[in-house]
Write a protein that binds this ligand. Sequence first.
Ligand code: SF4
Ligand code: SF4
Ligand SMILES: [Zn+2]
Length: 284
Amino acid sequence: MSGFVEIEVLEKDDTNLRLLVKGVDVAFMNALRRIILSEVPTMAIDEVVIIENSSVLHDEVLAHRLGLIPLKTDLDAYNLPEECPCKSEFGCNLCRVSLTLDVEANEEGRAVYSGDLISDNPDIVPVSPNILIVKLAPDQKIRLEAYARLGRGKDHAKWQPVSVCAYKYLPKITIDEKSCDGCGKCVEICPKNVLSKLGKRIEVRRLLDCMLCEDCMEACPKEPPAIKVEWDKNSFIFTMESNGNLPIERIINEALKILDKKCEEFLKEFEAGLKNVEEEIKSH
Ligand code: SF4
Ligand code: SF4
Ligand SMILES: [Zn+2]
């Protein structure tokens, strides 16, 4: 692994990010991925008090659906319940947000959407107001109070900040022009349209889409194959899709802070362990 890390942003919008990362190894990429999935906190509904529910959904199913609605998250304004000074199982204004839902269908029935939830903090609201919760038949009603709190994906997937977080090696495709006769079998079999045929020449058009399946090598009638698919062990394409709870840069920043803290703790424990061993040796 080289001492320098190079990052190129290949694609970015509000919820999607694709990076080319060079100079790291698979252990680092996997640590980053796992921390993003399981340790970066987000806000989600965790408790629901149902006052009235005459909809077709059972209370438990309704509560489960509410828990899965992504909520905009403010990590600077709220504490994880286990770290909050209130130490209360009911929570306080620093570790809990209350949202209410009070809807009743008229004689035509109505759909209930995430946008019908009223939050006591206008910054902590559903990421989209258009998530369907349930359809009410005429005269059905729902009245409930829901409590959202920060949590981590390792405790429940509803707290995961991302719906996609994956990496793959950066592919390297070479074609031996002396051996290749331009039969096009590799182009036909490629499931990702990475290759294209230009006359008798084969061109690599969409390298980053290659999924390293090696089907092109197997399909090549030449022995050895005139096309070779390899990958660089220290270069990765990293893809993330946020649920919208947190800005995508903040998710990476938080994950790196957590990783940094884990390394510091490891180092501290390691040094303490070494000191104990040294002291034991001295005392003998
Ligand atoms: S390895 Fe698979 S995806 Fe990549 S170019 Fe060959 S057939 Fe296409
Ligand atoms: S299958 Fe082999 S020989 Fe045929 S075009 Fe592809 S690389 Fe060339
Ligand atoms: Zn609290």
